[in-house]
Every structure is written in structure tokens, then in C-alpha cells.
Design a protein around this ligand. Sequence first.
Ligand code: THU
Length: 136
Amino acid sequence: MKDTQMDALFQEAQRAAAFAYAPYSNFHVGAALLAEDGTVFSGCNVENRSFGLTICAERNAVVQAVAHGKRSFTALAISTPDSAEPVGPCGACRQVLSEFMPPEAPVRFAGSGPNRVDTTMGELLPYDSLHDLTKG
Ligand code: THU
């Protein structure tokens, strides 16, 4: 994947972060998934006064995409503008993302500062039961 494509995907994540409903944490998160056919689906975190019901940006993006018939993603970008440093996806989101992304799929996350992390789904969730068990 070209760096410019990842830059564009990250911009979509930044746009989505602006829509976050985060009155309790004040921590806005945006995620953007690139589907195999080139379409992009984004999501933001949606909090709730019953804190445990909060939906993360990454899982929001996944359910948006699946609800539109997309189940295979080639890249993910995550924006956390309220932190200077990059913040990676939570464990629950890694598990859900791995259902629909191959281990080699690139993942980028960054905050508002200059640092960013460029990694892969497989690095975020190694020894993944789904991918390892289907290897044959
Ligand atoms: N959050 C996400 O949306 N994605 C992450 O990967 C980390 C955390 C949200 C959940 C909550 O609304 C806020 O960030 C603070 O944890």
C-alpha cells in the first residue's frame, strides 16, 4: 500500500474523530477501514452514561462496513487527536478487527503530535486463533 493511500485513510479517520460522542472521557477517536473494493468506512467512539456500553471507534467502523456488505479490509487508520502520542486499539477491538482483516494488513495510528505507529493487524494480535487455525 502506498504511503499516500495511508495518508488519505488517516485523514478519513481524523474526520470521523470530529464526530465522536465522548462527553465523559473527552477523548475523541476516529477509525477508517479500507475495504477490498476501495471503499472507505469510518467510525467514531460513541459513549454512554452507562460507561460499559461505550462503543469504540474501531468497532463502530467495522459494523458500519459490515452493514453495507463489506467484510474484508486491507488497511486501517486510527486518529486520537486528544493525545499527542499515538494510541492503539483496545484488546476487544483487535479481536473484532482480526475477524475481517488479514495479519499482513497495514495499520496506522497517530495522535496530534508528530509521532505515528505503522504496524500490521498481525503485530497487533499475534497468534490469532482465527488465522492460525485456518492455515491448515
Ligand atoms: N476508545 C476508542 O474508541 N478506541 C480505542 O482504541 C481506545 C479507546 C474510546 C473509548 C472511550 O470512549 C474513550 O476512547 C476513552 O477510553
